[in-house]
Design a binder for this molecule. Structure first.
Ligand code: ZN
Length: 235
């Protein structure tokens, strides 16, 4: 009974936090200011949840490999796609949706100077990406968004994005695949280190053209979180 009460308490404490907190803070901020509620619940196996996220696709070289691995491991992920890469890769977008993964928006151009020129410029780019997805998937109603570079790059645009009806998600753990030329073993180690002590993990990865090491590391990353009794969820 006590165990059940503890689990319920943890769930209640986590519920209002949900991902608004993760969305509001950068990975560095999250690491520097761990929530006491999350820390208290972290020890409880019952609430461990991971969200695998892939940015910067679709690509011919990496996205299909990632999808193959996810299918083999029977886990779902969230793909924040770059709109201008969709043309010619419609089949990959269809495959992501058909295999039960979630499509999110990562702007159309991903060009910082352009998208971060003003909030209207950013919203135009986001909308352009959404239209490109709906060209392939007419029923697409997704309103998930990830800021290129993270929302902490331009916190002044968070409100505009929210007002436009989008929910944005940052991350609180990463493989570091965009940070340097790591081996697949190092990518796994980075994922383990950055997620330590967290019961809800939003893991940042990339399926851009240069990220073959990410696909290489993915089976071991998934194995680790399975062994740690995490549930795999989508945003
Ligand atoms: Zn990106």
């Amino acid at each position: 009974m006590k165990k059940i009460s503890t689990v319920l308490l943890c769930l209640l404490l986590l519920a209002p936090l949900h991902f608004s907190q993760i969305s509001r803070h950068s990975s560095a901020e999250s690491a520097a200011r761990p929530s006491s509620e999350i820390s208290r619940c972290a020890a409880d196996e019952a609430v461990k949840e991971i969200f695998l996220t892939f940015d910067d696709g679709p690509t011919d070289s990496v996205t299909p490999k990632v999808l193959d691995i996810l299918a083999e491991e029977k886990v779902k992920a969230t793909f924040f796609v770059t709109g201008r890469q969709i043309k010619g890769r419609e089949k990959i977008i269809e495959r992501i949706a058909n295999e039960g993964h979630i499509l999110g928006i990562h702007t159309f151009t991903h060009e910082y100077a352009k998208i971060y020129a003003s909030s209207s410029s950013l919203l135009r780019d986001i909308e352009k990406c959404r239209h490109e997805i709906t060209r392939v998937l007419p029923d697409y109603r997704g309103k998930l968004y990830r800021f290129p570079g993270g929302s902490f790059m331009h916190p002044e645009y968070r409100e505009a994005v929210g007002r436009a009806g989008y929910r944005y998600y940052d991350w609180n753990a990463m493989t570091g695949d965009a940070e340097g030329a790591y081996t697949s073993k190092q990518l796994l180690e980075n994922a383990i280190r950055s997620s330590k002590g967290k019961s809800r993990v939003v893991l940042l990865m990339h399926d851009g053209i240069t990220k073959s090491k990410t696909a290489e590391a993915l089976p071991a990353v998934i194995k680790y979180f399975k062994e740690e009794n995490f549930t795999f969820s989508v945003l």
